[in-house]
Design a protein around this ligand. Structure first.
Ligand code: DON
Length: 564
């Protein structure tokens, strides 16, 4: 930990001295690269690439491996989003977000007095949406993979059955969650030591039940999870933990192929995730609001730059919270929200010298519309031109803390991402509206932002992250660091971040690298600044003009880049 901090400080101080020079050119690879939150998972993806699999095969291997080695976030009891750029130039996205169970009701998290009770939406069976990860991985593999499911799942099965040695941070995260995990028998049996002692780095961590669940999926595909033994175990767990997911919910779950949200910025074309993720539309809005206001003089993380981007974020998040939700339930005004004229109008109130307080910024209106830490992200790029960005989560760290007894995996607490009561913030301080109210079978709005940027027809940047709404800003800043400020993969991911999400009306700043002068200038403009040690975790891959691939894993946590 101390070493990591020292390394970060060294990188940071070098960065401050030599902004225009590359401070730590990362290793480059020609054949393929994987960047994820965990070494075993990145190695699983690498081994599939080395066996001749493509980026989609490798991505599925990484996702299942993360379900074993990053149980607090990587998952089969959750859901996520995938953005794919295929070798023939096809770009598409896969929505495998969880859905509200059929028995969900809009006021299910309100008490008798109509007050929102976040305990229910965050801990226990009622917090879980119907998991989408297994269907998503199988759909992606069926459509674009080249290897059998059994082959790509083998590394995960081995990691579960034979176990792996815990790192210091894996042991710490299990110990920190022990109190909440011990409330549920299945979680106690899976994640706590039987002798009651704390986990130590180097302990062998074996997950036999999870290994059997993964085998059932590998052999039977969807039926190994959404029906039969695993489904029965999920339903039994629902009964024990007060949940409402039924056999019908599991049987009916389908992931959905959706059009990407696409935009141009400078010489890049970005392909991003559309609703029910808000990532793509917020990023598109912000890029549209800032592009014409930036020039060569705009300095990296100068007060002028931070002010401009955060004022654009303020306006985009106000729109997000009002307009966005599941497109299968709500008309989303995609075109209107990202129309250049509209974005210009949103920025009419922008003052380069002063903040526009959030209570003076509301969502925009359109005449034409009939209204109706813990997550993880990984990327794989192969030498054929396939690129895959996957953002996946069970929401909070260890999700609902409920493990399916006998099946060995945690269930999500994604129901908290709905707007349980208008005006009430969720665990990320996000305040939603009607578009994101709870309805049976509906997907909850997300901030996950898997992103692929292309230049001259070639993939140049792949990224996404963890951190709730901060995922959007951190992914955006990562892209801007590469495209505007010429940083390499490691520089762009290490560089300090800031975040604004309209409400609460605060500018969050990672203090380590921002000079006092910059902070003072931002305060003079009226920003209410709050320092936060680390804002989001990003994993990325960049590819240079010669096709050399580099990966970066966020130095704010463990992460791993593997390539060949
Ligand atoms: O989908 C979302 O936006 C949230 N469920 C993400 C949660 C998250 O990033 C937690 N991690 N730090």
């Amino acid at each position: 930990m101390i070493l990591k901090r020292l390394l970060l400080l060294t990188v940071l101080s070098l960065f401050a001295l030599t902004v225009s020079a590359q401070i730590s050119a990362p290793p480059t690879f020609q054949n393929g690269v994987v960047s994820s939150a965990d070494r075993y998972a990145s190695e699983a993806g690498l081994s599939i690439l080395q066996q001749g699999g493509n980026a989609v095969d490798a991505a599925v291997a990484v996702q299942f491996a993360l379900a074993v080695t990053l149980p607090r976030a990587g998952n089969i009891g959750g859901g996520g989003f995938m953005v794919l750029h295929l070798e023939d130039g096809t770009v598409t996205t896969l929505d495998f977000r969880e859905k509200a169970p059929h028995n969900a009701r809009r006021d299910m998290f309100l008490d008798e007095d109509g007050e929102f009770n976040p305990d229910k939406s965050q801990i226990g069976g009622l917090a879980s949406g119907v998991p989408g990860t297994v269907d998503g991985m199988i759909s992606a593999l069926e459509r674009y993979g080249t290897l059998p499911l059994e082959v790509v799942m083998e590394p995960a099965i081995q990691l579960a059955i034979e176990g792996y040695r815990l790192t210091e941070s894996q042991a710490r995260s299990l110990n920190n969650a022990a109190e909440n995990l011990s409330r549920f028998e299945g979680s106690k049996a899976t994640f706590l030591r039987s002798n009651g002692e704390a986990w130590q780095a180097g302990d062998l961590f074996i997950q036999g039940d999870l290994g059997q669940t993964l085998r059932r999926i590998a052999q039977m595909g969807r039926r190994g999870f959404y029906s039969g033994i695993t489904a029965n175990l999920i339903i039994q767990e629902m009964q024990r933990s007060g949940g409402i997911i039924t056999m019908r919910d599991l049987r009916d779950y389908r992931s959905v192929w959706r059009e990407p949200v696409t935009t141009n910025f400078n010489d890049y074309t970005l392909h991003m995730m559309g609703p029910p993720s808000s990532g793509g539309l917020v990023m598109k809005q912000v890029l549209g609001m800032i592009e014409d206001r930036l020039d060569e003089e705009t300095g990296f993380n100068s007060a002028e730059y931070v002010h401009l981007v955060s004022e654009a974020l303020r306006r985009a998040f106000a729109d997000r919270n009002h307009w966005l939700g599941d497109p299968d339930f709500t008309d989303i005004p995609n075109e209107e929200l990202t129309d250049r004229g509209y974005l210009e109008q949103r920025m009419e109130s922008f003052n380069p010298d002063r903040v526009t307080p959030s209570d003076e910024v509301s969502h925009g209106e359109f005449e034409s519309v009939s209204e109706a830490y813990e997550t993880t992200h990984f990327n794989v790029v192969d030498s054929r031109g396939n690129a895959v960005a996957v953002n996946t989560t069970i929401n909070g760290s260890f999700g609902s803390f409920v493990t399916v007894t006998g099946a060995g995996f945690l269930l999500n607490n994604e129901m908290d991402d709905f707007s349980a009561k208008p005006g009430e913030p969720n665990m990320f301080g996000l305040i939603g509206a009607e578009a994101n109210s709870i309805e049976p079978g509906k997907r909850m709005l997300s901030s996950m932002s898997p992103t692929i940027a292309v230049k001259d027809g070639k993939v140049r940047f792949v990224a996404g992250g963890a951190g709730g709404p901060r995922i959007i800003t951190a992914t955006l800043q990562n892209f801007l660091n590469v495209s505007l400020f010429g940083m390499n993969a490691v520089e762009s991911i290490t560089a300090p971040r800031f975040h604004h999400q309209w409400l609460p009306d605060r500018l969050l700043i990672e203090p380590l690298w921002f000079s006092k002068d910059t902070i003072d200038l931002l305060r003079k403009k009226g920003h209410d600044i709050q320092f936060v040690n680390s804002l989001a975790l990003i994993h990325s891959i960049t590819i240079d003009e010669e096709g050399r691939m580099s990966g970066a894993a966020d130095p704010r946590a463990d992460g791993s880049v593997q390539g060949f």
